[in-house]
Design a binder for this molecule. Sequence first.
Ligand code: DGY
Length: 329
Amino acid sequence: MNTSKPKLLVARAMFPEELFRLNAYFELELNPDDRIFSPEELCDRLQGKFGMICTSSAKISADLLSKLPELKIVSTIAVGYDNFDLQACTSHQVMATNAPDVLNETTADFAWALMMATARRVTEAEHFLRVGEWKKWGVDLFVGADIHGSRLGILGMGRIGQAIARRASGFGMEVIYHNRSQLSPAQESAAHHARYVDKETLLREADHLILALPYSPEAHHIIGEAELAKMKPSATLVNIARGGIVDDTALIRALREGKIAGAGLDVFENEPRLHPDFLGLKNVVLTPHIASASERTRRAMVNRAIKNVIAAVRGEVPPDLLNRDILGH
Ligand code: DGY
């Protein structure tokens, strides 16, 4: 009788004390040095594995899956799963899971942090102070835009978008949004009475625009030169969603030419290698993809992924199964 446990790859370093309970079910292969595996190395390491816990850095393609006949589950700790080819997962009988919900509030907090830092020029002003340029108080020193009483625009009104909208109540803001589909009246009312508008109106009327939509081929460069040109010159743009939703080159041009006032960016095209011209701009707040990075939330994301692989190895349906069509097979 074969009593060996199924094998699981944990592709990135993450809270060993949370991973501990996986030992009851799996023989674990960890990556304590947190190296990013090349596609070839990932393929080698996944040979003979039942599953993998990963992040958005692991690309799961049809080609990779065709070389991994024993793989049963890929479980990301992220809510975004644009690194998974879901169709290929289904055709190779591999379950794909993500980690929704647990990061909504923390990510919404951070969207606000970026919006406020951008509108009130916090990092630019701090840099000015740190390099010793502050010589006197000035009536127009780092004047920015108000948050309170302004109009918040949200593109992508899923769970994170709605959590962002709810926070607007304390600031007396009006909320407008655009989404693939309009929310129900009850959802709109819970999201600080958010008003559904078309994309054009959203771009033209928002004082502060936050992007909270998932990446998909349709969302690629959904904010480009034409869209930025429609925004108010006083507006700010925040992206806590995914790189590639914004055309970074067009954004850099718009920021340089004063087409919009500023941008707060947590995600970038081709991250972590961001467009070098961002670094020369004063009217940007730049952070390294940390919107969900509170300790409690990151642990909750890891635990959500753990729950999914444990359900799979027990022969249960993982709670966050994305390719539910696999169940029919
Ligand atoms: C997510 O959960 O999608 C965050 O962006 C972290 O990758």
